[in-house]
Design a protein around this ligand. Structure first.
Ligand code: FAD
Length: 387
């Protein structure tokens, strides 16, 4: 796929191997059926364990059978998965960055032993419950509560827009612990078969259709003390997970744009109008040139992020910049690719329209474009403009 600036030359052997493995997987196992899954509103659940066997969940972490790959290798993996479909990359991001990461970073030894190998292999599926019906961009106003009882906590509240909730074995739920001195946010490992826990599927999405999204309802759901993530308290918990996932989105969105470019390039070369391929007309060449340029800039941003993350210097605001830019870039370029395909471009036979509608979600979740503008604005000025 497009690599105009020759970034391939900077990759190590392992990074190339990870990228090629993911690319082959997407080409052979995903692309043939993903259009139909998108139309049907289903996720290819048969691929969940195969993705685990291939090491696609949190491979940048180590221990508990995880390989500790470089951040570049991890990014390339997500790039390739999202070239297939944003729903596929969302699966890997949620399982890896939003469920395995908090257990790895903040969990007890027992929690790690119980969950990390099972989630890493795809034998179990997890989801991340932060957003609530009344609190999306401002999750710190969450209303879900955790009240202490004799041997643990009783959870009450509801979470919505939760990727994978209806097919999950485990939900990482963020809730406020009611106490006399403040209500600190804590993370709870909630098995979805517990009494008082229900997960409903949200139907009729017009975006990210090849991904299962749902609600989590918690009605006097009891969890024992050992299900609390012991290593973190406050909004730092969920926000640090979001930084990990946004890092993956910065890479993944570039993959979606790359797939759109390849599709438009091939189509324009084959499709003839007025006696020659449409790629021979200046208007179409300008579109390809702009698309290639914007994708290259997105790739540079993603690679730079990986270097900073690898050496421990990456700031959440820098991740915001890359998530914001690359999601917007992919959203805009997928529209141009769709346009270049003419009438055929609005069908599921070609990927750009599917990517385009998926990217509406990607532009919105994990912090909307607006919210990332405010995060960067706060960083640049020192003045918060959220309220
Ligand atoms: P709102 O916060 O109500 O925002 C509405 C609009 O107002 C947006 O345009 C926003 O940018 C703007 N806005 C809000 N505040 C400000 C402000 N201060 N200044 C200027 N403009 C503002 N959440 C999870 O917890 N787990 C998941 O797995 C998950 N998966 C998702 C999957 C899908 C398909 C979707 C669509 C969402 C998912 N989400 C998930 C939720 C997602 O993160 C939220 O939708 C997102 O944070 C935005 O919240 P909201 O939808 O409530 O919009």
């Amino acid at each position: 796929m497009i690599d105009y600036l020759g970034l391939e030359g900077d990759l190590g052997e392992e990074e190339r191997m990870v990228r090629d493995t993911a690319r082959d997987f997407v080409e052979n196992e995903v692309k043939p059926d993903v259009g139909q899954h998108w139309i049907d509103g289903t996720f290819p659940t048969d691929l969940i364990t195969e993705m685990g066997e291939l090491g696609f969940y949190a491979p940048n972490l180590d221990g508990y059978g995880l390989p500790g790959l470089s951040e570049t290798a991890y990014g390339l993996l997500l790039q390739e998965l999202e070239a297939g479909d944003s729903g596929l990359r969302s699966m890997a991001s949620v399982q890896g960055a939003l469920v395995m990461y908090p257990i790895h970073a903040y969990g007890s030894d027992a929690q790690k032993e119980e969950w990390l190998p099972a989630l890493g292999s795809g034998e179990r599926v997890g989801c991340f419950g932060l957003t609530e019906p009344e609190h999306g961009s401002n999750p710190s106003a969450m209303e879900t509560t955790a009240e202490r009882d004799a041997d643990g906590y009783v959870l009450n509240g509801s979470k919505t827009w939760i990727t994978n909730a209806p097919i999950s074995d485990l939900a990482v739920v963020w809730a406020k612990v009611t106490s006399a001195d403040g209500d600190p946010v804590r993370g709870f490992l909630v098995e979805t078969d517990r009494d008082g826990v229900t997960t409903n599927k949200i139907d009729e999405k017009l975006s990210l259709r090849a991904s299962i999204t749902g609600e989590i309802s918690l009605q006097n759901a009891h969890v024992p003390e050992e299900n609390v993530l012991p290593g973190v308290e406050g909004m730092k918990g969920p926000l640090s997970c979001l930084t990990q996932a946004r890092y993956g989105i910065a890479w993944g969105t570039v993959g979606a744009a790359m797939d759109c470019f390849e599709t438009a390039h091939e189509y324009a070369t084959d499709r003839e109008q007025f006696g020659k391929p449409i790629a021979g007309y200046q208007l179409q060449q300008e579109k390809l040139a702009e698309m290639a340029t914007q994708i290259s800039l997105g790739q540079l941003l993603a690679h730079r992020l990986a270097d900073l993350k690898e050496r421990g210097d990456l700031r959440p605001e820098q991740v915001s910049m890359a998530k914001r830019n690359n999601a917007r870039m992919a959203r805009e370029q997928s529209r141009v690719a769709r346009e270049m395909l003419g009438g055929n471009g609005i069908t599921a036979d070609y990927s750009p329209m599917r990517h385009l509608t998926n990217l509406e979600t990607v532009y919105t979740y994990e912090g909307t474009h607006d919210i990332h503008s405010l995060i960067i604005g706060h960083d640049l000025t020192g003045i918060p403009a959220f309220e």
